[in-house]
Write a protein that binds this ligand. Structure first.
Ligand SMILES: [Zn+2]
Length: 355
């Protein structure tokens, strides 16, 4: 533990300051990992203090026995274990000093993380999403329904109605081309968790693609955007954060994508607040639709991908979603690989090519 803490402190002090959003995010990710490791070490501090006090008490007791008068009365006493005790007290005191430095380093690091977050927010204001392309009127979804609270999350006020009633006059998918196969949404990302469970256990209904903040996220196939929200700061994730829609998604996009003769819903969660698409817009396979993030219920920069194969037409799927805002298409949120009357949850790792 001692050596580990020293290594962490060395890393703490060695982090260079960087200025691009990607560098800032990478530095924050590294600082957060070290912070967690150091905090684990510091958790042991309570018992460390206790051990130190006990060892000091034993040492004092033994020192008392070194009093010449005491030794004279106890000629058989041997004092050679005192060296070990001194060494132990010095070691424990050294660890205490190290822990004090660790606590200070944690405080400094938290300040550094929030300073970088402020810089990132300034570079990418949360209320200024960037749109790479205008919506395509011929591929618009006509939207009349409000977005109900569903799937454990609350609707974001006004986002759905505002987009759909203003910019989406009609829904026509005649121009939509079915892709031959999915392409990878984040080439170069690595899989940090697959279906249907996290590496450490616990139900996981999607595929986690770990990639630095603000990595390009591509449309895995031609499709239409059913839903898009970008109301959360890009790097605002933490475990249990229920922001966004569905609850915990942070910033999300839902696509409907025909591939060969099948229709899929593709949900992307924990994105940054930089989105290049709006609901109702058609996208071409490979288009950059957003930049990745670490928003919502997320422990680090990654994109969570969920795919359902739908057993209904695209028009029916749009209509169902407008009525329900149900990202799960009836398959629910508690069963791996569940099927409803209109959809089956798929394993994204079996549909997407290797990154
Ligand atoms: Zn996930």
């Amino acid at each position: 533990m001692n050596l580990f803490l020293m290594c962490c402190l060395f890393l703490f002090s060695g982090m260079p300051e960087c200025e691009s959003p990607q560098q800032l995010a990478a530095a924050n990710a590294m600082d957060r990992r070290i912070l967690m490791a150091v905090e684990q070490c510091l958790d042991a501090e309570g018992s460390l203090q206790e051990i130190l006090e006990q060892t000091r008490a034993v040492l004092q007791d033994r020192l008392a026995r070194l009093d010449p008068a005491w030794v004279q009365r106890h000629p058989d006493c041997r004092a050679e274990d005192l060296d070990d005790l001194w060494t132990e007290v010095q070691r424990l005191e050294g660890m205490q000093t190290l822990h004090q430095r660790g606590r200070q380093a944690c405080t400094d690091t938290l300040e550094r993380i929030s300073r970088r977050q402020e810089k990132m927010d300034a570079l990418h204001p949360a209320d200024a999403p960037v749109y790479a392309a205008d919506p395509v009127p011929e591929a618009m979804i006509r939207g009349t329904a409000g977005l109900p609270a569903a799937a454990g999350g609350a609707a974001e006020e006004g986002s759905w109605d505002a987009w759909l009633s203003v910019v989406c006059p009609a829904f026509d998918v005649s121009g939509l081309r079915a892709a031959d196969a999915f392409v990878h949404p984040i080439p170069g990302a690595y899989v940090s968790a697959g279906t249907w469970s996290y590496p450490g256990g616990g139900l996981h209904l999607g595929l986690d693609l770990a990639a630095p903040l603000y990595t390009d996220v591509h449309a895995p196939a031609d499709g239409v955007v059913l839903y898009q929200s970008a109301g959360q700061p890009a790097d605002s994730g933490y475990p249990g954060n229920q922001s966004g829609y569905p609850g915990g998604a942070g910033n999300s996009i839902l696509l409907l994508c025909p591939v060969q003769d099948r229709l899929y819903s593709v949900a992307l969660y924990h994105l940054s607040n930089i989105h290049h698409v709006r609901p109702g817009q058609s996208v071409r396979q490979g288009d950059v639709i957003a930049l990745s993030g670490n928003a919502g219920n997320s422990t680090g920069p990654h994109t969570h991908v969920e795919i359902c194969e739908l057993t209904m037409s695209l028009e029916e799927a749009v209509s169902y979603f407008l009525d329900t805002a149900d990202f799960s298409f009836g398959t629910g949120w508690d069963t791996p690989g569940a099927c409803s009357q209109m959809a089956c949850r798929m394993r994204p790792e079996q549909l997407l090519p290797a990154s």
